[in-house]
Design a protein around this ligand. Sequence first.
Ligand code: ZN
Length: 297
Amino acid sequence: MITPSIYGCIEAGGTKFILGIVTDTREVLATLRIPTEAPSITIPAALAFFREGAIRHGPYAAFGIASFGPVDVDRRSPSWGHLIETPKVHWSNIDLAGPFAKAFDCPVGFDTDVNGAALAESLWGAAVGADIATYITVGTGVGGGAMVEGRPIHGQRHPEMGHFRPARHPHDTRFDGICAFHGACLEGLASGPAIIARWGASLSDLPADHEAHDIIAHYLAQLVIAQQALLSPRRIIFGGGVMDTSGLLQRVRDQAAILAADYFGVATIDYDALIVSPALGDQVGLMGALALAQRAR
Ligand code: ZN
C-alpha cells in the first residue's frame, strides 16, 4: 500500500492561525485553531501541533503557509518568508517560514493568504478555468490576491488591493477611516473594524435597510471596477467575515454593474458569474496553504 503524502498547512491570520495536516487528495487529517498571540507563543504552539501530527501520520512532504501581510515573498531575498513592517504588534520582521523548514527539514511554500486562496480557488474552486482571477477578503482587514495564467502575482512585493483609495460615498464623508497608513483607503473604510468604528456594530448585525450596506457595497464595487480596468479578471471571488452579511455580495454585483457605466462589456458580462463567493467555503485558507505546499515540493 502506498502511503499518501501529507502536508503541514498553515493559514496565518491576524487574529487566528488555522493549522492543518492535509493529504494530497485534500483530506484534512487533523486541524487546530489557535489565537494569534505574540510570535514567541503562537509559533511554538504551531510547531508542537505539527510535531505531534508527525508522530501519528508520518513525515511531511512540504509545508505551506498562507499569511497575513505584508510579507516578503521574493525567494531571492534574505528575508523571504518573513513578515515585513506590519501594524500587528510584535509581528514585524518575524520569520514565519524558517522555523517550520528547520523543524521538519522540508520545503516550505509561502505567500499571502489571499494569493493562496486565489490559487486554491483556481485549482479546485470557483476560478477553475479562469486565466485571470482575483480573490478579495473583507474581514479584519481588506486584501486581494491575483492569479494570472496559473501564477499568483508578486512583482515588487505583492498586491495590496485593500490599500487603494476609493471615491467617498456621498453619505460617508465625515468618517476619517481607520487605516494606520492611509486613513480612508478601502481597508480604512470597509473592513470589519471600520464598520464597527462608525456604526457601532458589525454589518451583519445592522438592519437590512441601514445605509451601511449600500455604503460598504459602493466601496467594494469600486475595487471590482478597478480590477476590471487593470486586470480584466474572469472571476472575482469575495471571501472574509464581512462578506457573510446577507445580501452584500448581490449589492456589490448591482453597484459594480452601475459603476461600469455600460463599459467593460457590461452588456455581455454576467455579474452573477463574475463576482462570486469562495467555492471552497471556510476551507479556502487551509486549501490555499495546501496548494502552496504542493507547489513547493
Ligand atoms: Zn491603507
